[in-house]
Write a protein that binds this ligand. Structure first.
Ligand SMILES: [Zn+2]
Length: 284
């Protein structure tokens, strides 16, 4: 347990009265798959997720498949504004965890924390930049445990760049539709154990038009539809595997002026998100 990471993650949890940090994803996945935690992890595994996996499968650390869907900039504020959309995610997932982001609340800083369990002071990305992360990540731990991992993202985006040089496979696309189709393909016909699938358009269109303009809201609807389809694919093609599907955004966003939106500040709209987990056991 890295104390600097622990204290930095807890600072924001306390500020916003949240029980979870976005960094909790890494130790949670490590417990599900029976891996060691990254050396610098200061986050905490989500006990109710790990317990549910044990209840359903009767095994500890033996999860067989996971899909982690990462819709950029979808915060708790969007659940408040569009409750019917996020209710569809919650209905499929079952578990929702109100979680705090980290500062500055920009994409590489936050995904650095999500996939390492370490805080910005420890993982080293403390502004909008995309160096390859030096600290141990979830991907290193999964690879060391012999798991086959695919990261499917936008060409040159944060997720595409900061987790390079690991023993995993990278798929880069120019569009979210390309990412989505590749994700469906790998669920249906590959032997990947863990698949990361990124969704950029909500964030991208929010910067350009403002968070609540028609264009980004249509992209948010697309993200929810993609999640619904990917859950159905996982149930169909991974029916014979114990499996997990996660909805894991990095931060929220806020209105900057009439035609633009952004994030990066320490306010509730940017800092509070929801991570959703769906756990299913193989068909007997
Ligand atoms: Zn982002």
């Amino acid at each position: 347990m890295n104390e600097i990471s622990f204290n930095e993650l807890h600072k924001y949890m306390e500020q916003y009265g949240a029980d979870n940090s976005i960094g909790d994803l890494t130790p949670t996945m490590c417990d599900l798959f029976g891996c060691q935690y990254p050396a610098e992890c200061g986050a905490t595994a989500i006990a109710s997720v790990v317990d549910q996996a044990f209840r359903l499968t009767g095994k500890e650390g033996k999860m067989e498949k996971a899909l982690i869907f990462c819709p950029d900039a979808v915060g708790d504020i969007h659940r408040q504004k569009y409750p019917e959309k996020l209710a569809r995610v919650e209905k499929l997932a079952g578990f929702r965890f109100r979680s705090t982001s980290v500062m500055p609340s920009v994409t590489p800083v936050c995904f650095g924390t999500i996939f390492s369990g370490s805080s910005p002071d420890v993982h080293g990305i403390k502004k909008y930049e995309k160096p390859v992360l030096k600290v141990e990540t979830l991907f290193d731990m999964l690879a060391a445990a012999g798991k086959n991992v695919a990261v499917i993202s936008r060409n040159g985006c944060s997720i595409d760049k900061i987790f390079r040089d690991r023993e995993i496979d990278y798929f880069s696309f120019r569009t979210d539709a390309g990412i989505f189709e590749q994700t469906r393909k790998l669920i249906s016909d590959s032997d990947y154990d863990v698949i990361i699938s990124y969704f950029m358009d909500y964030d991208h269109l929010s910067h350009r038009h403002g968070p609540y303009a028609d264009e980004p809201v249509a992209a948010l609807e697309t993200a929810v539809q993609y999640f619904e389809t990917l859950v159905a694919d996982a149930d169909k093609y991974w029916a014979n595997f114990d499996r997990t599907v996660v909805w894991a955004p990095d931060h929220g966003n806020h209105i900057i002026d009439e035609t633009s939106g952004g994030h990066g500040t320490n306010i509730p709209e940017d800092m509070v998100v929801n991570h959703f987990y769906r756990i299913r056991s193989k068909e007997a």
